[in-house]
Design a binder for this molecule. Sequence first.
Ligand SMILES: Nc1ncnc2c1ncn2[C@@H]1O[C@H](COP(=O)(O)OP(=O)(O)OP(=O)(O)O)[C@@H](O)[C@H]1O
Length: 264
Amino acid sequence: MQALISVEKLSKSYVPGKPVFDDVSFELQRGEFVCIIGHSGCGKTTVLNVLAGLDVATGGHVIMDGREVVGPSLDRGVVFQGHALMPWLTVRQNIAFAVKSRWPDWKATQVRTHVEKFVALVGLSHAIDKKPSELSGGMKQRVGIARAFAIQPKMLLLDEPFGALDALTRGTIQDELMAIVRQTQQTVFMITHDVDEAILLADRILLMSNGNETAEGYRPGGIAEVVVNPLPRDRTRTSLHHLEGYYPLRNHIVDFLVSRARAH
Ligand SMILES: Nc1ncnc2c1ncn2[C@@H]1O[C@H](COP(=O)(O)OP(=O)(O)OP(=O)(O)O)[C@@H](O)[C@H]1O
């Protein structure tokens, strides 16, 4: 099976000779949900931005569907932690703007039906004609997710999309995201700091280490390990802790973060 995305020997340096990370290589299969976990500063956002075509790597390549990623594209939907909505437009208009960019030939009724479908998917039909300032943080984040899904990208890139949400809202949106992803067979690459969130959502979890000074000199960060999630795919937030294999998996990831992430 040909991977949707191939990341090949990616590196990024701001200071010559001291790359933040190097030799980062992995693939994303179609329909796969991959999370990346690592301490602050290891380069997760940089990797995601290079995948999105929003940043340029110092070395290496990102190949999507056989073509090198050289800039942003509507093939890749990005959701940031700060939802980046246009404040002067309503929910409907914000999403319609993206939909019209994706399909400039669509008639107004077609755009309308499409927008309404994706707003309903994230449970926001009642707020469709509201402006972002009238919405809570969680609602705004859902609009960002609906907008990314509405352009039906080949892949979705999520940079800690739930980081700023309270636990209850976070749980609800995780459930919604998981349902939509399963329903649409969407390929997703997501940054999270939350181990349980990664275990719930991801098929595979990339553990990323930080660059650090050692007795032998500077060692760049990189992907230290790829963990395959062995838990059944129909897992839910409430069942997660009762599943066989959950605690060993959780302990393994936490152990990486505590003792190995800064010194690989
Ligand atoms: N423009 C820049 N100039 C110099 N250094 C930079 C620049 N942008 C990022 N960095 C450095 O590159 C490293 C990786 O940053 P990045 O934001 O990718 O990390 P991250 O793992 O996503 O962190 P966090 O979890 O805190 O968001 C950091 O150490 C940061 O200080």
